[in-house]
Ligand binder design. Sequence first.
Ligand code: DQA
Length: 144
Amino acid sequence: MNELLLLNGPNLGILGRREPEIYGSQTLADIERLVADEVADSGWKVVSRQYDGEGEMVRAVQDAYDTVGAIINPGALMIAGWSLRDALANYPRPWIEVHLSNVWAREEFRHQSILGALADGVIFGLGAEGYRLAARALVRRAAQ
Ligand code: DQA
């Protein structure tokens, strides 16, 4: 068991060309590399998945019960992804919710996450760096 799940939700597969002024210019492949570099010394392997559909996100969580932990950007599923929430309630390992943008500084409909209360930590607004910090936190936690 040395796989870290990196799970990104709807519309995150087009990072780099999706509203770069909000989400930055880094692509998902860049983020995957950044996370892989961060955990390399620990011997962890990153399993990266991105889905636009909630059902596929649910299945990815169900299939990841053997992982060491997860970094999850649920995208807009943070607002009403109830079946994803149910899947995460049964996920047995530490996981961190990451959002590239600071949703609190954006439209009001983004000002809630139904998932955050289940997460071991939540990072908003640090761009791609948020994924790196989440990876570091999970490695440190596993070492404790
Ligand atoms: C996001 C924020 C969400 O509100 C939005 O729906 C996304 C991206 C972020 O990473 O900042 O898809 O999760």
